[in-house]
Ligand binder design. Structure first.
Ligand code: PLP
Length: 457
């Protein structure tokens, strides 16, 4: 059973309807809270990306690899709060660090010693000497874009079609462009990603496909001396999981630098999750700037911006004022310190690799046994099932992936006690350091249920 542009095939549609009904029947309390909250929370949630189909799931608490919804149902948490939860829930090292800090005051808008330890550790892992902090991935990428403009005296930036970098104006361009609007593959159009993004800002952004150096070269040739920098997820994670092809990142750095253009890696998602030093560490390609957030705070909101002495020197000398009341907040710094020194250790990465391997090979076995045209893509603790046979190289390939299978997968996993991000094919799983083989077994059993249904229909 496969989907068409007109919607899912009858068998898949019936399966989704059945799983949706089970989903709703299991969650009356969430339903009540959605309804009750609508009068005070716009859309009945605290972020638009918490609104899921068939309904948002309200959570009570988490412990280790598990979370519990308000109806009392327990799940193995592979959602990880959109990529934050590498530590799992209530990790003892994070709890101890936060508890200690809470008792000694949580905010002064003055630096605390933990910030130096965190910056030292990030410098060691990412090979970039100077750091600053912010509170979200959006703030980190916004500062990166500002800095690239400040350093070069140029206004234009280059971004990759299908990459998400948060919700500030300059990067809200061609994030998930509609096929009708996105223009030809060799010259993608820059498309505003949502309402409220000025056309003038969109007009300052050039868009290229991922894994395509020739496209970058074309833009650089067409706009000599105009482009300040390029920002990209060096391993795409807002369109499933798409690896950079060999030589792409190194080629990009060489090409951009030859034109006086800076390179910023958005490692907000890949950060600690793909390995101890992110894609930068795995690839050996060090950008001019790197943006981190999500997992580095161990569950407390924080972000970091690291860079070369040359670029970050513009902050040091006052050319660019990188500011924020909560930057380097003591509570966040205490949690980040524990995350870096006690949680994201070599032993933790060995454990994550064991689970990654079991999960990937287990799913591949199910796919092979059912002769399905799917494949698995992983990157450290992150991964996804790509519901098509051919590899995915960029956003346009990703568009070919069946949305309905992604949605069916989320429902089956949810009803089978595994919490995945509620955006089907777009998001990936995250394994935490507190996950066990039992969590992986649950996940695999649910994939088997989906495969049985799809192959048998
Ligand atoms: N960059 C990437 C790659 C992301 O995936 C996200 C969020 O999902 C962001 C930036 C924005 O981070 P935040 O939601 O913390 O602002």
């Amino acid at each position: 059973m496969t989907a068409t542009d007109a919607g899912p095939a009858a068998g898949l549609a019936a399966f989704i309807a059945k799983e949706s009904a089970r989903f709703l029947a299991r969650q009356p309390r969430s339903r009540e809270l959605v309804e009750r909250s609508r009068s005070v929370l716009a859309g009945g949630a605290t972020s638009s990306w918490q609104i899921a189909e068939p309904q948002a799931v309200w959570i009570s608490h988490g412990a280790g690899s598990r979370i519990f919804d308000v109806d009392g149902t327990e799940y193995s948490d592979f959602h990880g709060g959109y990529g934050v939860g590498l530590a799992g829930h209530a990790h003892p090292a994070i709890v101890a660090a936060v508890r200690d800090r809470v008792g000694r005051g949580t905010h002064f808008a003055q630096p605390t010693e933990d910030a130096v330890v965190v910056a030292d550790e990030l410098a060691r892992r990412w090979g970039l000497p100077l750091w600053r902090f912010a509170n979200s991935g959006t703030e980190a990428t916004m500062d990166a874009v500002h800095l690239m403009r400040a350093a070069t005296g140029r206004d234009r930036i280059l971004k990759v079609e299908g990459c998400y970098h948060g919700h500030h104006d300059s990067v809200q361009v061609s994030v998930m462009p509609d096929p009708d609007e996105m223009g030809p593959a060799e010259a993608p159009r820059s498309v505003a990603s949502q309402a409220g993004i000025p056309a003038a800002v969109v007009g300052l952004v050039d868009v290229v496909p991922f894994n395509d150096l020739a496209a970058v070269e074309r833009v650089l040739a067409a706009r000599p001396g105009e482009i300040a920098g390029m920002i990209l997820e060096p391993l795409m994670m807002n369109a499933g999981v798409i690896h950079p092809e060999p030589g792409y990142l190194a080629g990009l750095r060489t090409l951009l630098h030859a034109h006086g253009v800076l390179l910023a890696f958005d490692e907000v998602k890949t950060g600690l999750t793909v390995g101890p030093g992110g894609v930068t560490g795995l690839s050996g390609v060090t950008p001019d700037l790197v943006c981190l957030a999500k997992a580095i705070g161990g569950g407390i909101s924080t972000a970091a911006l690291g860079g070369t002495a040359e670029v970050m020197g513009l902050i040091a000398d006052g050319t660019y004022e990188q500011v924020g009341t909560f930057n380097g907040n003591p509570l966040a710094m205490a949690a980040a310190r524990a995350m870096l020194t006690d949680v994201a250790t070599d032993a933790a990465y060995a454990h994550l690799e064991h689970l990654r391997h079991r999960l990937a090979t287990g799913i591949e076995e199910v796919i092979a046994a059912h002769d399905l045209p799917w494949h698995v893509v992983t990157a450290g603790a992150k991964g996804c099932i790509a519901f098509r046979a051919d590899p995915i190289r960029d956003y346009r390939d990703f568009l070919e992936v069946d949305d309905d299978l992604g949605h069916a997968h989320w429902l089956v996993q949810h009803n089978g006690g595994v919490f995945l991000p509620p955006w089907g094919k777009i998001e990936q799983w995250l394994i935490s350091v507190q996950h066990t083989d039992e969590d992986v077994d649950r996940f695999l059993a649910n994939v088997e249920t989906l495969a049985d249904a799809v192959a048998g229909a």
